[in-house]
Design a protein around this ligand. Structure first.
Ligand code: ZN
Ligand code: ZN
Ligand code: FE
Length: 714
């Protein structure tokens, strides 16, 4: 199957073009042979809005051929490539309902457009230097400095000189800077107020990527695909790398996120540069990506030294998508440009439903017939800007598909912005528990209708018992879910402060499992990370249960262990400590697990007890076992706890979802150990395991699986 996937593109008929290519591995359907059947017309015809498609080889040839009339023209496209999702104002997809309506085609472009034998027959964004959009270079104050080819050359000169250039692309602005120039990258971090979160890179071509990273065949296919996502790749050790990039691009990170140019503008710029650049979303940390040139020159002022802009309006924003290869399959971590808004197909026609998703890495979804359309990644709903983007996406999806949903689904969290937005629609309101939605999203893309044992591990989600859930084992079927097991609960001193400070979580774990005596133990790193006064305050919080919410969160457990092992006491972005724990384990899959016992049920729910595990970790740390080995043993123990619960639950099919399963080592170990023990594991492929999948899961859980709605959400 992997061979088929890799050979499809190189061996397809010469004129065939893959406009978009999504695949997922499903259970064998046991067909006896291979046939190509007549299409079954099921349900009414649905017009799909296509995602944006990376520049095709023919168009790339056009812009690099000095004899071609499109030589050096940054808006070249054809029916096989070019913008779609980010320029469409409404359906049907005609030039008049795209942002290309501002540009009247010249005679030559019109001839191509009307010639059925031409590659640009009915290519809606068709354009050339005579009639189409143009680029300009503005200085930091927004004053025009150069236009057309001279603008691209001037932008490249600035990048050569270590300047930060904001580049208007397909779905928004990138901030670019020479990735080899440490001073320039540090300047970008300071100006963008982004301390350590990794920056994505853009390379002029695949060779440049291979100089820096190990790239396998599937990863290369993904880099070169029409979706052109950011692909997470393993760094070559410095002595084996053919080139170097600045330390501050991804501090301490063994992975680099690389993409190849996906538009002619990016191809032209990158060819001129010939070296990799940082290409990060043009925004301040945590805000949605900028799309409008004038707006960008305000919002990015003080960050960018210049703006490479163009006059084709961006109708809707789309960040770069992020994927990684896991267990020989693609795993989408952020679903945006190139993927959105392709739907996930569901078995039967379902009523029009709107789902509002969660709070972080937010998306919304809307269903029509047998399709669930998921919006592009909208970001964390923490700022006014992101709330605007969220509202816009809801209205936009409704308008695009001319859909008037008759109901709306939200998370059970009463204080989520997405919940109050759902309420404000005035539609009948239903809620789906957060971890139930995670499992349902994994079931949706794997075509499962239940029953399954869902393993739903993430940082946080509202539990119906008033605690913060996050280490959940749920039996999910058509009737709903039953919580069959969960991690032993512990307290988070300081509540949300613990998310930023793994050392707080570590003290919560120690207090719960090993008693407050350890709070004075100078051999423990989280203990040393506080002053004595702070520790005594935290101890009081924990003893009295004040500002110390109870949680079963697996994400926090990973954080706490990272702190105990001395890897990180404070985070500058979500998930940082858990990521470092994964890196430290270095992909070791051969370490024996510690015992993670299951305690008798409380209210029908088995308790997965991590206390002996923490005790053994501390003991072995004191005995001098290396931290990388301990990190690997912790991962192995977590995977083993899944096998233990699966045995106890007696359910063969096990679905893994939640942000923790972005962790490649955890997912690899869990899948392997489940398979070795006769279980059938399922994991994510096309939809993120993180909260980007919640909106899909909400519709799948409530409408597809149940088929009847639960009581309205009060
Ligand atoms: Zn093309
Ligand atoms: Zn033209
Ligand atoms: Fe979640």
């Amino acid at each position: 199957m992997e061979e088929f996937l890799l050979r499809l593109e190189p061996e397809k008929p010469p004129r065939a073009f893959l406009q978009s290519f999504e695949f997922s591995y499903l259970d064998p359907a046991e067909y006896a042979g291979f046939t190509i059947r007549e299409s079954e017309s099921r349900g009414g015809p649905t017009t799909l809005v296509l995602p944006d498609i990376a520049t095709c080889p023919d168009c790339l040839a056009d812009i690099t051929d000095p004899a071609n009339r499109r030589f050096g023209y940054p808006f070249t496209n054809c029916t096989n490539c070019g913008p779609r999702f980010t320029i469409i104002e409404g359906l049907p997809y005609d030039r008049a309902s795209t942002s290309m309506r501002h540009f009247a085609m010249c005679a030559e472009c019109r001839r191509e457009y009307e010639d059925p034998l031409d590659r640009r027959f009915h290519a809606q964004p068709n354009a050339c230097p005579e009639c189409g959009p143009q680029v300009e270079l503005w200085d930091e104050s927004g004053t025009l400095r150069a236009s057309r080819a001279a603008a691209i050359a001037a932008a490249a000169d600035m990048l050569d000189a270590g300047k930060i250039v904001a580049v208007k692309g397909l779905g928004g602005f990138h901030l670019m800077v020479d990735a080899r120039d440490e001073d320039a990258v540090v300047r970008m971090r300071l100006r963008k107020r982004r301390e350590e979160k990794p920056f994505a890179l853009m390379a002029p071509g695949i060779r440049c990527v291979e100089d820096l990273c190990v790239v396998d065949r599937l990863e290369e296919r993904l880099l070169r695909s029409a979706e052109a996502p950011i692909v997470l790749l393993r760094k070559r050790p410095p002595e084996l790398a053919g080139a170097q990039i600045a330390q501050s691009v991804c501090p301490g990170n063994p992975w680099l996120g690389f993409m190849l140019p996906s538009t002619p503008l990016h191809h032209l710029l990158m060819r001129r540069l010939g070296y990799p650049v940082v290409a990060t979303s043009g925004n301040l940390s945590d805000e949605p990506i900028c799309t409008d040139a004038r707006e960008a020159s305000h919002r990015l002022s003080g960050i960018a030294d210049a703006y490479l802009v163009h006059n084709r309006p961006i109708v809707r924003h789309a960040d770069d998508s992020i994927v990684r290869v896991l267990l020989g399959r693609e795993l989408v971590l952020r679903r945006a440009r190139g993927y959105a808004p392709l739907p996930v197909a569901v078995p039967a026609g379902i009523p029009d439903t709107l789902a509002m998703g969660g709070h972080l890495k937010s998306t919304v979804a809307i269903s029509r017939g047998a399709n669930i359309f998921i919006s592009q990644h909208l970001g964390d709903l923490e700022t006014e800007q992101s709330l605007q983007a969220f509202r816009h996406a809801v209205e936009d999806l409704k308008a695009l598909y001319a859909l008037e949903p008759t109901r709306v689904i939200c998370d059970m969290h009463p204080d989520y912005v997405s919940t109050s937005e759902a309420r404000a629609t005035g539609l009948p309101l239903h809620a789906v528990q957060h971890h139930h939605a995670h499992i349902a999203s994994c079931m949706a893309e794997n075509g499962l209708e239940g029953p399954v044992l869902g393993v739903s591990w993430d940082g946080t989600g509202w539990g119906p018992d008033g605690t913060i859930w996050g280490g959940e084992f749920l039996l999910v079927d058509r009737a709903g879910y039953r919580r069959t097991a969960a991690f032993r609960a512990f307290s988070l001193p300081g509540g949300s402060a613990a998310v930023r400070e793994p050392r707080r979580t570590a003290l919560g774990l120690l207090y719960e499992g090993l008693g407050p005596a350890l709070f004075e133990d100078p051999g423990l790193l989280p203990v040393c990370a506080f002053t004595e006064r702070e520790r005594s305050l935290i101890r009081q919080m924990l003893a009295r249960g004040l500002n110390a919410p109870r949680t079963t969160s697996a994400g926090r457990l990973f954080d706490g262990v990272a702190s105990i092992l001395g890897l990180r006491q404070r985070c500058s972005f979500e998930g940082q400590a858990a990521m470092e724990l994964e890196w430290t384990a270095g992909g070791r899959t051969d370490q024996p697990p510690y015992e993670v016992p299951l305690l008798p049920r409380e209210n029908g729910c088995l308790v997965v007890d991590w206390v002996p595990l923490i005790a053994r970790l501390i003991e072995d740390l004191r005995n001098g076992t290396s931290v990388p080995l301990l990190a690997a043993r912790f991962h192995a123990s977590m995977a083993e706890s899944i096998v233990a619960v699966a045995r106890a639950a007696g359910e063969r099919r096990v679905a893994l979802s939640g942000g923790c399963f972005q962790n490649a080592l955890l997912t690899t170990l869990a899948v392997r150990r489940l398979e070795e023990n006769g279980f059938l594991p399922y994991w994510h492929q096309r939809v993120p395991p993180n909260d980007g999948g919640i909106s899909l899961g909400q519709i799948y859980a409530e409408v597809v699986l149940k088929g009847q709605l639960s009581a309205p959400y009060p």
